[in-house]
Design a protein around this ligand. Structure first.
Ligand code: MG
Length: 449
């Protein structure tokens, strides 16, 4: 039994598999993240449970596939929008709830996106404190944009700023995170640091843009790398490196269009169940506990973080059924451990694909008229270029059975689906007031998505 470690979980928004130097990027220099990987383990087969924000985040927090917690879709929407009546049910227990019970100080800095009504905020889900935005940064007031409420910045449950300077917010997040770490240096803590970057619009500091070889996107990645460096520096200053587990990941793949993002060498992008939508970087460092300089190919998912944290913190498991499995043996260096047998690729309520250690079976790309089973060998064909279904009918049959079993539990008519939270008469967190001295009454970049 190890002493329960502090946990820092860094989550980016829409950062792709190919966007970091240690994952092969040649356009985004990421020296701090590369060092984090060199001092820890880099995972090649790590998945978020959805190719879009709200389901991905709700799933990671609760250890459940999105449909289990009613987070597969939101009245036909892919994600939550300002003033929606829906959110993460407080009947669900997050890893913050469970760690808080064990005496952890718990803080989220950054994007939440699991419901903006008071009943759904992080402070109702196990976090002592919250400083950040409740949803995506393209859901405020923007040039040529929809009539959204002003983009709010919250402290705990109060709006403390609106239409703030996005280029400066990462620095504010880092200052908040460093204060939290310092204040809690003598007790176990959980810090969930959820970046605004690299979601559009990419409003970035001028000095980073001036040094970027990859435009605004590269500058945003530089800000993420800088923030990681600052958190590592803080741990070093306080002598906390050997009792702090640092994890770095992203909520879904890059849009990989014109903005500079990359999911290379994967196929597809954000919103898709091709690998590029859901396979993400995961770097884990815990000095003298997690092997340094290791690359791990074990199949694992963000829904496995909750049971892993529970194991490391000697906490209890949630009362309700979850889908995650304990990865602690994998993290700590056991290359023979295979806690996860398969992984489901949900797009909204549609279970489109399933994979095991080697093969991925697609039964749908969301086009019912065209869909026939496709099989890919992810070990030898990471880019999903060769459909080998005809050569391996026995694998198709086996994985079809696996998929049907999951569908019976979590598909549209699944027996184990639970309702999401819902309030009557939802209110937006902020209302536009032309007399309010906004930093930017309207952000001048029109990009969304
Ligand atoms: Mg996202």
């Amino acid at each position: 039994m190890t002493t329960p470690p502090n946990i820092i979980l860094i989550n980016c928004d829409d950062l792709g598999y190919g966007d970091l130097g240690c994952y092969g990027s040649t356009v985004n220099p990421t020296p701090h993240l590369d060092r984090l990987a060199a001092e820890g383990t880099r995972f090649t087969d790590f998945y978020m449970a959805s190719p879009v924000c709200s389901p991905s985040r709700g799933a990671m927090l609760t250890g459940c596939y999105p449909p289990r917690i009613g987070f597969d879709s939101f009245d036909k929407g892919w994600v939550l929008f300002p003033g929606n009546p829906d959110g993460l049910s407080t009947e669900e227990e997050t890893f913050a709830t469970l760690l808080k019970e064990q005496g952890y100080a718990t803080q989220i800095v950054g994007k939440w996106h699991c419901g903006d009504q008071r009943a759904f905020l992080p402070t109702r889900h196990g976090f002592d404190h919250y400083f950040g935005i409740p949803y995506s940064n393209d859901m405020g007031r923007q040039l040529n944009g929809p009539p959204n409420p002003p983009l709010p910045l919250l402290r705990d449950e109060e709006v403390v700023d609106q239409q703030f300077d996005m280029a400066a917010v990462t620095e504010r997040y880092v200052a908040e995170a460093r204060s939290f770490i310092r204040e809690n240096r003598d007790r176990p803590f959980l810090l969930y640091f959820a970046h605004m970057y690299v979601h559009l619009p990419l409003v970035v500091p001028e000095h980073l843009l001036a040094r970027s070889a990859n435009g605004r996107y590269g500058a945003a990645v530089m800000a993420i790398d800088w923030a990681t460096g600052m958190l590592m520096q803080t741990l070093e200053e306080l002598g906390l490196e050997e009792n702090t587990l640092v994890l770095f990941t992203s909520d879904n793949g890059s849009r990989a269009r014109d903005e500079g993002g990359s999911n290379r060498p994967l196929r597809g992008h954000k919103g898709q169940t091709w690998e590029g939508g859901m396979r993400l970087p995961l770097i884990a460092r815990w000095k003298n506990h997690i092997p340094a300089g290791r690359v791990c190919n074990t199949l694992c998912s963000a829904i496995d973080l909750l049971p892993t944290f529970v194991q490391l913190a000697n906490a209890r498991m949630p009362a309700r059924t979850i889908d995650g499995v304990d990865l602690s043996a994998v993290l700590l260096g056991d290359d023979d451990a295979r806690p996860r047998e398969d992984f489901c690729y949900f797009a909204r309520s549609d279970l489109q694909a399933v994979r095991d250690e080697r093969y991925k079976l697609f039964v749908s790309h969301g086009e019912p008229d065209k869909d026939t089973p496709e099989l890919y060998d992810l070990v030898n064909d990471i880019g999903e270029t060769q459909n080998i279904a005809a050569d391996h009918p026995e694998v198709v049959e086996r994985l079809t059975q696996t998929l049907d079993d999951h569908n019976a539990r979590l598909g549209p008519e699944g027996s184990e689906r639970r309702p999401r939270g819902r309030v009557e008469q939802p209110q937006p967190l902020a209302v536009y007031d032309e007399a309010y001295p906004y930093y930017a009454a309207e952000y001048d970049l029109p990009d969304r998505g």
